[in-house]
Design a protein around this ligand. Structure first.
Ligand code: 2HA
Ligand code: ZN
Length: 272
């Protein structure tokens, strides 16, 4: 048994490899984090070291105090993660205040957790509360078609939600809350973390204009599936516009019928 035999580790590595194969992770683009279950934490204990020193997270996340996360490393290439997981990933634990972290496994040749650690952890804290602990995965990717959309559509939740819902019938069922949209912001700091968090209170998907997407989900399949669904819809949007734009589309009454049939609640503000 090694660290790489745990199913959460395999699920994490598979997601990263699939994201790279999709073309979402040029160079060191994108990052991923997973909040370990109690069972995971007990199971991995024999494989951890205590050489790591506490460092500041750059954000306070008291509701995550003492929790353990698997995260991608800052500057590490997603393409290399399946080949060298112990050099590109880190397992970190948070202190009892939820203000500092230390590395207990991984980044064997040195390094730091993802530059987006404050955003990941602040959003894990929000999602843990909002979903009663169900959500454990936060994923950021540079999805090209969605990024292209942010150069032509008004940067509002309504414009993006309606455009994405209309481009693929499954979308309102997969993300009935819609998507939140942020204007361009400097990556990596607490300003983008706070702004993303405000939108994550309402949505599981947040668009970072001219940059990429931020998604939350219960497990690796659900979170990857959400990213994939949004990006595929964005790809159809790009094709439709390249062909001269919509000539017909799914109507508001169609959406209402869909909501009834699939028992989802679509916010009225997106249906007029
Ligand atoms: O990891 O994607 O947003 C590099 C990034 C920062
Ligand atoms: Zn990014």
């Amino acid at each position: 048994m090694t660290m790489l035999d745990f199913s959460f580790m395999q699920g994490f590595i598979r997601l990263v490899g699939d994201g790279f194969a999709k073309g979402w992770h040029e160079r060191n683009g994108g990052n991923l984090s997973y909040r370990l279950k109690e069972d995971d934490v007990h199971a991995v204990a024999p494989f951890l070291h205590d050489k790591g020193v506490y460092q500041t997270i750059g954000a306070a996340v008291p509701d995550l105090a003492g929790e353990c996360f698997l995260v991608t490393g800052s500057g590490k290439f997603m393409r290399n993660v399946p080949l060298e997981p112990a050099a590109t990933l880190a397992l970190i634990t948070l202190d009892s205040a939820g203000e500092n972290y230390r590395i207990v496994w991984g980044l064997e040749q040195g390094g730091r957790p993802t530059s987006e650690l404050p955003t990941h952890l602040m959003n894990h804290e929000i999602k843990k509360r909002q979903t009663g602990g169900a959500h454990r995965v936060i994923y950021h990717a540079h999805t090209p078609n969605l990024i292209a959309m942010t150069f032509v559509l008004p940067l509002t939740d309504r414009d993006f939600t309606r455009a994405l819902w209309e481009m693929a019938t499954e979308c309102p069922v997969v993300f009935p809350q819609g998507v939140g949209v942020l204007p361009w912001m400097v990556p990596g700091g607490d300003a983008i973390a706070l702004a993303t968090g405000r939108l994550m209170e309402q949505y599981h998907v947040v668009v970072w204009a001219h940059h990429g997407l931020f998604c939350s989900g219960a497990d690796f399949d659900e979170t990857f599936g959400l990213m994939d669904t949004v990006e595929k819809s964005a790809e159809i949007f790009v094709k439709v516009h390249a062909m001269g734009g919509k000539k017909q589309s799914i109507t508001c009454d169609n959406f209402r019928d869909l909501a009834r049939a699939f028992k989802v609640k679509l916010p009225d503000r997106f249906l007029d």
